[in-house]
Structure formats: C-alpha cells, structure tokens
Design a protein around this ligand. Sequence first.
Ligand SMILES: [Zn+2]
Length: 970
Amino acid sequence: MKSVGLKRAGVIVAVVCLVLGFVLYWNLRTVTIEESKRKEETARKEPPRKPLRPGKLSWTLDEAMDAYARQRDNAYLQYVMLQLAHNEKRTPDVLERFPELNPGRGREAHRVDLFDLFSGYHSIQESLQLEVMLAGQKGEPDVTSAGKATPLPKLAGPAVKSHPWKTMVAGRKPNVSELSRCVPVDFYLIEFRTLTKLLDTVASAQDWMTYYRSQANLDGTSPPTRQRLRTQLLLDDGPAQRPFFDAIVHNVALAGSDPFVNEGSDVTMLFQFQSPDFFQSGIQQIQELVRKQHPHVREQKGQHLGVEYTALTTADRAVHLYYADPKTNLHIRSNSLVGLKRVLETTLGRASSLGDSAEFRYIRTLMPLGAAEEDGLIYLSDAFVRRLIGPATKITEARRLIGYNHLRMISHAAQMYRTQFGKAPKTLAELEQANCAPGKFNAGKLKCPFGGSYTLSEDGAFGVSSILGTAQFLTPCCELPTPDASAAEAEAYAQFLNDYERYWRTYFDPIAIRLQAAAKRIRVETLVLPLIDNSIYAFLGQVVGKQPEPLDHLPVPSRNLFSLNLCVNREALVQAISTSARLHRAKLARAVQGVTAPTTPAYPSNLPNLLWEDMKNVEALPSPLEDLDLNKFGLAQEKLDAFLERGIGNQVGLHFYDTQIMFDINLTQFIGSVFQMAARTPIAQTEDTAKGARLWGLVEAEGLAYAASSLIAPIYVAVPIKDATLVDNFLAHLDSVVVKASNLRSDDRLGVLRVSTDFYHLQNRPGLKVRAFGIRYGPLRYRIFWTRIGDGLYLTNQPYVLDDLHAAHARWLKTGSSPPGPAGHALMRIRPEHWNKALEGYKLGWAENNREACQRNQSMLSAAARAFSASPPVSMLARDDKDRERLIFDYAKKMYGVDFACPDGGEYVLEADGKTCRCTVHGTLDQPIQANAPAKNSPVGHLMRDFKDLHATLTILPEGLRAVVVMERK
Ligand SMILES: [Zn+2]
C-alpha cells in the first residue's frame, strides 16, 4: 500500500516537475522571444498588436445603415447596405429609413439623366448603381440595347448657328502662335508662355478648388489627376526641373478632344523650343528618371504620316506615353495614340487647325497674342463645343458612364467580399455566389455597353474592362469604338438636343479665358460675345453709359469689407425724365391714340392735320416727382434737375461694413449652391419651371437671411459728386421737404402699432451736417443718415459710419489721392485687410466645415479599411502596422479614385481594431474634436493670412462683355 502510495507520490512529483519545467521553459522561451520582439519593436517604435481574425470586420446590415446615414453620398456604403438588405430580405426597412432612395417617390425624380451637362461622374454612378441594386437584372431593358439601332452619323446633331466669323475678322490678320496651328480646330487649347507659368496657375487653381471643396461641398478629397498625368507622360515638373524648362522651352500647350480629364481623357502636350539638342537631352534625362520607378514599361516604335513616334506603355495604363518630334523645334507627348495622331495630322497641314480658323483669329483681334495681360490662354472653340454636344460624343460618353458604374460596382462587390470573408475574391462568379453582387457581371444590366468583358484584377480588388480599362483611368472617349445608338438612346439624345436648343443658346459661343499669373497675383479675364440682336445686351449698354470709368476713387474707411460700384448712364436718365422728353412721350401717346381711336374718322389725307390739331393742348406726362406726390411737400423740380444734371457724378456704390455676423451663413456654400442651381437651370426656365422655382426659393431663403442681417449690419451708399455747392444747396432744400414728410402718421389695420416718421440734424462732428430720417413701427426703428463729405454724398444706417468716412476723408486730404481703382462699368471688391471683426464670426463656421470634410474622409477610409485590413494582399504584404496602414490607405485611394487630405492638415491613423480611422486634429467619428478656428496651415488658414485683394470688374463693350477677376496674395 505504502509502496503504491510512494509510487503515486513519485508520479505526481514527476508530473508536477514536468509541468513546472514546461511552464518554466515556456516562460523562458516567451521572455526571450518577447525580448527579441521588443528589440525589434523599439527599433520600429510600434506597440504590439494581435493579428486580425478574418470576418471580424464584417458588416451587419444595421452597421451599414448607420454608416450610410453618416455619409449619404458614399456609393460604396450604399452598395453594401442594399446588398445586405437584399440578402436578408429587409429592403423595405432600408427604404423606410432612407426614403430618398425609394423608387416609389416618382419615376421623374429617380430617372438618371445620362446627358445632364453638369452632373459629375460620381453622382451619376450612384444613381445608376441604385437603379441596378433595387431593380436587379430583371428591371427595365438596358438603354443601350432597347429598340432598333441607328448608326451614329445618321443622328441629327445640334442645329445651333455659328457667328459669321469671316465677316467679323474683316480681313484682319492678327498673330497666332505656332502651337495653336498644330492643334485640331475641335480640340481645346491651353497655351502658356512658359511651363512654370502654367504650373503656377494650376497650383493656384488647385488651392482655390481645395478651399471651395472643403468649404462649399464639405469634401476633403481631391482628384489625383495631376499626378496621374505626370506619370502617364513620364514627366517631372518638380522645382528641380523648372530651370531647365524655363531656359529651353519657349511656349507650351495642352490640348485634348474632351474635358473629362479626371475620369480619363486624351491629353497632348506640345513644347516649342530654341535649342533642339539641349531640349532632347534634357527631356530624355527627365523621362529616364521617372521611367526607373516603373519597371514594366514596354517600348515600341511606330510611324504616322512619315513621322516616327515612340510608345512607352504599361498594361494598366499607369504609364501611357506616345511622343514624336515632327519639327526640329517641336516636341509632342500624348497619353493617347489617337490624340497624338490627330495633332500630327494638323501639324503637317493634313487637317484644319485651330490657329488658322477664322473664329480663333477673330478672338485674337480682341485678345492679341503677346499682350502683357496674357501669360496663358484657355480656349474652347465653337467646333469643340459643337462636337462635345454632338451625338457621337454624347452617346459614347453616356455608355462610358454605364461601364464606369459596372467597374465601380465590381470594386464594391470585391470589397464587400473581403470584408465579409476576410479573403480576396478570385473571380467575378465568386462575388455573385457569395451574395456580394446583385447579379451576374457580364450579363443583363451588368453587360459592358461596348461589348467588352469584365474581369477581376489580379489582386482581386478592382474591375477591369477589356475595352474601358479601369475606373481609375477610363479609356478616352476618342479611343472607344463608336457604337450604333439604340432607339432609347436616340430618343434620349433628341430630347437633350431639344432642351439644349430651346433653352441654352441661339449661337455657339467659344470660351476664351486669358490668364496672367505671378507669384502673388492672378488675373483672369474672359469675354462673352454679344448675341446678335440681343436686346438685353443693348439695354445694359444704355443703362451703364458709354465710357468705362475708374470705379473706386472715393476714400474708404478701414472697416469697409465689401464694395459694389456701378456706373450709371446719368445723362440718359436725366433726359428720360426731362420736361421735353415727357412732352414728347405724351404727344406720341396722343398720336397713337388718335390713329387707333374708332371715334375719329381717320383717312390718310386728313391724318397729319387732325393729329396736329390734337397736339396743340397736349401736356407733358407727369414727372416721377409728381407720380410720387413729392411736390406736395414742396420739392422743386428745377432744384432736383440741377442736382441730377450738374451736382452728382455717374456712379453709385453700395458698401458693406466689417461686423460681427449675426446669422451664421456659409457664404461659400451659398454662392456655390446658387451657382450650381443656376448653371443647371437654363435662363428660359428660371421663371416658370420647378427647377426655376427651386432656384428662386433658395435665393429667397438665403437672401432673406442676408437682408435681415443687413438691417442691423452697417452699410452705406456712396455717390461721387461733381459740384459740392450745388449738392449742399439741394440738401438744404430737401430739409424743408423732409420736415413736412416727417409729420406723417398712420395706424396699422388693427390700430395697435403706429407707423410714424421723424427728422432731425444730428450733432455729429464739427463741419459735418448730418441729417437723419427715422421710421418707427411700434417698437421698431429704422434710421437713415445722410451727408456730404468731400467729393462724396453718403447715406447710411449707422451714424458712426459717417465718422469713419469723415476720418478717411481727412486722411485722404493729408496723404493725397489714392489710385482711382480699376475702370469698368461695375466693380465688386472684397477688402480682406479689413475683415477682422467679421472674421471672428466666420472662423468657427470655417473650422466646422473643415471638420465635416475630414469626417467624410474618415468615413470613406474606415469603410475601405474594413475591407483591406484583414485580407490579402495587405495581410500578406504588410510587415508592420505602419506598412499595413499605408497599404490600406493606398487601396482606399484607388477604390474611391481620389486623394484624401484633412483640410486642417491632420494625419490619418488606423486604430488597432482595423476599422476606426482617427485624424490627429479631428479625432474619430465617434469622438469628434473641433478647434475654435481653422488650422493656420489649412487652405482657409492660408486664405485668411495671405489673401490681400479680390476684385472683379465688368465692362460692357461693343465687342462683348468683358469680365476681369484679380486675386492678390500678400
Ligand atoms: Zn482632420
């Protein structure tokens, strides 16, 4: 028994020892492993993180709905939500929560307009996707295959007329650039003096776009177009290369056949230079440097019309360069062989060029080549606009949009598959079998509209079309086969054309924009040609008078924030209300009456005599004064006439003061939304259609908020004067009139609130005669103050404005006159140096917009992270967390086709859960952080700090309406 006990004890001891030993060994091993790990990690400075379990990140329908609720313009979230709802048969739940997705809300509101001139790819894709997701493949037949097909050339194009360019040029021979003579007449042209000027302009435009996107659209993304083109063309335009281009290249031009540069378009660059050897060796050097980063570039040679060209391409079109040197001083590089060939044909004189066209020559008589105001010119020709809305481009582009939607849907399906299963899909069929797609790709509504086939990219992340390429860069329209139009397409196009011709234009107008770019100053000028027989234009010309004048010559107080100055054709106005003019109009009216009155027997023989008899006792029509009954208060017509004829000048200015903002209004967004609505609403529709009503509703609602705030906010009206004594006399005469008028009383209908008026001289400053007129409505008061200071007559709603104006005038007398300001017929000027107080009120609003734009990015990045965090290739390629984060964000960029940047300069970090994206400035979606003001290095911050001046002038000239915008930075 004992021995058994001993034996058992021995076994127990042995087992315990074994366990202890194992534990000890294990611990030791763990310690050493962890030590070596720690060593590695101190090198990387990264905390340890558990590997993610596959499927851990998968979506539930409720999660997807919450994510979509946060960002309703995210097409990927829309896809995931609708697909999950379909799988779980809960589509009605989704439609109940998001009624805007409901097709039951009317076919009209839901129809996707593929021909809409202003919708972006993004929003059209979202609508196309929604249609497929809700209807499935069983829905209506595809527009591209319905009905009988018509070859495109048989479809009628726009019948809009062209200006009579030849007559307009009238034999003049203005200079045109060599490069403009190499560009086809139906291509757009952007030509610059130097590459640096072009790049500076692009950089400036990008700054403004970033600002506009983040503030007006609350969007922190930007299209990576510039980088993409640089890579495709194997060019480096960095600061290191600028001296080379500046020294050797004389002129540079960009040209292409359509404006869809962000989505995929042909872009051709033309360089003109003096020393061919220097240029060729330089450009080859740059090209080789960039080429080194892309090992799979294929090189080929070819010939077109006897000119040899070189092709450097990769299969995914990331590098896609065709270049040729048709002349010793001309180098052409294009990202499209079709584009290159068109330019070569034009260069060799086989096709008509833009530079030789009558319309371009006419524009060059108005905007001469080599003018100081021109560093660059952007030109969209009559032929370019005509082709753009012609049936071939429109229908090809509409089909390309359908294909683009399919490619995006394949990407969405693949990312959903990754998220749900933690692995990459291998084939498109797998996506459908796993319930990640609404149907079979390459079939039914998901068939390529150009007859190509879709496949999944090698990494199982994106769709690839045998004809359209990828969603990151679609095959340019000019390279696509021209399809036959289906009956549905032909009908839709006819409808589009009908709308276009009815509402938009009677003539095609080319668009010419002249740019002057310096480091701190950008000047943009455009000319809108007058439409022939345009009565509105003629009327405008009459209202503003003939001669443009300097428009900003009165002194301005230091809190003047915004000015609007207008020229008024005073002579014409005075003449129109003069006694003789009124008598003339009365006689005319009587004559008309005499002829048409049935009681007078009118025969041609006795007509003049009869009329003459009738004219003897005609009296002049009543003057505006009599109409307003102002003479009742003793206002003398001759004093008013003298005041108008000789007292005041030809301008009137409305000035807004720097003030604490009462209502928080997103001005940029307001202007943006009005602009977008206006652009979508043809002029003829503004008055009577639903679109027009919406536009006016918007203007009214937001305009009302402004009007309400301007009742309190200080504003003033300034009228430059010609004769101070005359004006003073008239103001003194006016006093007696206003005193009489100030005794008016009237009760409102209920007899509760009384309207009364009030007049007095305000003891304001010595030497300043300030008059005040008040209106009281019950407890409310509104006052107007007016006086003459120096050469200006001023009206304002706040008396201290007059003090400021007086002080500004005194300063002005001491320092001498300031520059008279730009000349024109109308001037709008923002004075950023004065906007201290107003700025305080805006800062928080701007910062909030920045945060919202950032959160939109976070939502997109987070959805992408769920897909890529735990699935290959990221899970296989990433060596550490930092690596993984970079890879995931790279995939996110490709997936959405945009770059992400926090508008306040924050960095994006992926949290350990593999799906939460945190901004170092704004926190996470669940715990957002907000600063009081936008960051100093944000676009808005830059704007606040550097923005010096912005003014826009309009001048009405016989040759057209000239608009100039100048922006200056400190
Ligand atoms: Zn941020």
